[in-house]
Write a protein that binds this ligand. Structure first.
Ligand code: SF4
Length: 381
């Protein structure tokens, strides 16, 4: 299994300049076009076995994402970063740059931190395009100055094409999962590994996989696999939990995971101004609980995902202490209940990485419920 620590060593050995990014939707193409390797600091559980350093700075009731991220940054391997980028999301992340700065100062280190503020007011209520454009332009100036590079629209176009292709191939893998030709475990590992390597390497890896398992035209139409479920959450379920789902005969036909489909769904059309590109990127982003201004589009997106994949149930993977997800899940559960779609809510905490036994019975019961509903007819649409 790949590991961010090894990838960071490899990046360093090859003389790459690496910028660590969080949360999940940073302006990757922009960093890439300036000669940086953006590394999304997400899904670090498998690389970070303990959180001793982080625990000195973050409360234990912070989510595992923030604790693993902080642990990585304060560790030796985090020293391989050349900078850090973040934008605002939840309260947990809001003051993290200051906390990280204090933690780094304790170890005698410092790191340039670049920040943008993403307006979270609904776009139809508050016109924020001019503000966001200005913030993107300011970010470009700051990066040019810090790394002694010059923005080039030609390079930006190339980076956009590269990321567009990479996202397209990731979506193709999602189709393989939905059609039972790739396990969701394998898919999750491939997507997670892609966060830590240059986009070119990720693209090559995806092309190789799809050469070995080409997608036929017919496969873009949902196939007839039985016991079809949509999975929703910030992170995918831990690998052992996925195994329990697949052992119970459930197929993941729809994906509403923030680090997967929500992050990979949309690449804007190319325009001549990177600020316009990112206004489009953020305004039309797949709705996510962490992007508050997209909240009103969430129900329609989930409903569309269920109908288009003909899913028979929805599994919510609750990241413990993630307030954004926990505000929304009860609301979605009620709407799905009214639609006649069964749901299963499983909470995952920092300690649940390898242990899924406690969930197996609930997963098997859910599989049975879906199986008997299959025999009984269709759910309300
Ligand atoms: S998982 Fe939730 S609480 Fe944690 S960083 Fe992400 S949005 Fe914030």
């Amino acid at each position: 299994m790949k590991n961010i620590n090894n990838d960071m060593k490899d990046n360093k050995a090859k003389g790459r300049k690496v910028i660590g990014c969080f949360p999940l939707y940073p302006p990757l193409e922009l960093f890439h076009s300036l000669g940086l390797v953006p590394v999304t600091l997400w899904g670090l559980k498998d690389s970070i076995p303990t959180t001793g350093k982080s625990d000195r700075h973050l409360q234990p009731y912070a989510c595992s994402v923030a604790r693993h991220l902080t642990e990585f940054l304060l560790s030796e391997n985090g020293a391989a970063l050349d900078g850090l980028f973040m934008y605002n999301a939840c309260d947990t992340l809001r003051n993290l740059p200051e906390i990280i700065n204090c933690g780094l100062a304790d170890t005698g280190r410092s790191l340039p931190i670049f920040k943008i503020h993403l307006p979270m007011a609904p776009r139809e209520q508050t016109e924020s395009r001019a503000y966001l454009r200005a913030r993107i332009k300011m970010l470009i100036n700051e990066l040019e100055e810090a790394y002694q590079v010059t923005f080039s629209i030609e390079k930006f176009r190339q980076s956009v094409s590269l990321y567009r292709e990479m996202r397209k191939l990731c979506k193709a893998l999602e189709t393989l999962v939905a059609n039972g030709r790739m396990s969701y475990n394998e898919f999750s590992r491939i997507i997670r590994d892609g966060w830590f390597v240059p986009a070119e390497d990720q693209l090559l890896a995806l092309q190789k996989i799809l050469q070995d398992r080409p997608l036929s035209k017919r496969e873009h139409v949902p196939s007839a696999v039985q016991s079809r479920i949509v999975v929703s959450g910030i992170l995918p379920p831990p690998l052992h939990m996925i195994q329990a789902f697949e052992n119970a005969g459930l197929t993941f036909v729809g994906n509403d995971i923030a680090s997967q489909n929500r992050a990979l769904f949309y690449t804007p059309a190319m325009v001549d101004d990177p600020a316009d590109y990112y206004v489009d990127f953020y305004n039309h982003h797949y709705p996510c609980t962490t992007l508050l201004y997209t909240a009103d589009r969430r129900v329609a997106a989930i409903r569309e995902l269920i109908l288009s994949t003909r899913a028979q149930g929805v599994v919510f993977i609750g990241e413990k202490f993630c307030e954004f997800e926990y505000f929304e899940i009860p609301h979605l559960e009620k709407i799905l209940k009214d639609m006649g779609v069964p749901t299963l809510f499983l909470e995952v905490s920092i300690d649940d990485n390898d242990y899924s036994e406690a969930y197996v019975t609930r997963i098997e019961t859910f599989a049975e419920l879906i199986g008997s509903a299959n025999q009984g007819g269709r759910y309300a649409e």
